[in-house]
Design a protein around this ligand. Sequence first.
Ligand code: C2E
Ligand code: MG
Ligand code: MG
Ligand code: MG
Length: 287
Amino acid sequence: RAKHAGGNRYELADPEADARAITRHGLTTALPVALERGEFFIEYQPLVHLGDGSVRGAEALVRWLHPQHGVISPDRFIPLAEHTGLIVPLGRWVLEQSVRQARAWEAGAGADPAAGPLRVNVNLSPCQLTHPGLVSDTVEILERAGLAPGSLCLEVTESALIGADDDLLKPLRRLAEMGVDIALDDFGTGYSNLANLRRLPVSVLKLDRAFTQGMQHFPADPVDLKIIEGIVSLAHSLDLAVTVEGVETGAQADQLRELGCDTAQGWYYARPGPPDRLHELALADAT
Ligand code: C2E
Ligand code: MG
Ligand code: MG
Ligand code: MG
């Protein structure tokens, strides 16, 4: 095996990886056409308030309905889109669709009025962060849809912001000043200096699924629980809300609520699905 001979050689030594490489090439060339042909679609996964179980919004998750391969997950094509630069128009498309969707949820009576309008979370790739049009595009998209900036949350991964200098943070700061929430996604998987959090214009920490996975065993490892408790207390002392990803069981939800987490997302509540379903879920818990 040419395992140590570098990326391409290794892939040629492994038939399965070779097949993947061919597909990867095929997918990469198909990407720009896919955007033109409207092969992308968005699923929405509810974000649930742990305190009262109400649906507060949803994360927008993009999928590619490939004419030959069927539905392709973002883990497969987002890295390709980032590599080719297509992520900028694709990301803008996701943002525009999601913002319009949030406006549609708001306009349709359905959300619990006491809980406020349903909000939408949109993932931003690092390439979008450094793209000069980010702030103006976002402002324009919000204005055109008539959505308040406070109904939008942009998710940026912790790793994208590690060691970020002021130039990189500037557009996020401007968006935060306008009222857009910024969430630090996949938190706990990078190696960010916790003290550094103060410097970032974020208002939400999204604890990575790795934390909830660690809680699958019952009773959960007390050290894992202490770590979550510590992160939650630090986050709250910095005025950050804590969302947990990957909640798959009621026991996990109970434990995370006790640990002080604010919002949860995961299969226990709902898998990602079509936008109308969010309305139904929100209605169901409002009645
Ligand atoms: P993410 O932002 O961390 O999104 C959460 C992922 O966890 C989603 O995977 C979601 O379907 C999955 N998930 C949710 N609940 C559970 C659960 O209870 N158990 C398990 N095992 N998984 C759960 P998905 O949809 O495959 O997306 C993967 C990643 O692709 C996202 O991770 C995000 O980084 C990226 N992505 C998705 N849509 C976009 C987009 O529009 N733009 C960009 N830049 N990235 C996107
Ligand atoms: Mg995310
Ligand atoms: Mg995440
Ligand atoms: Mg994640």
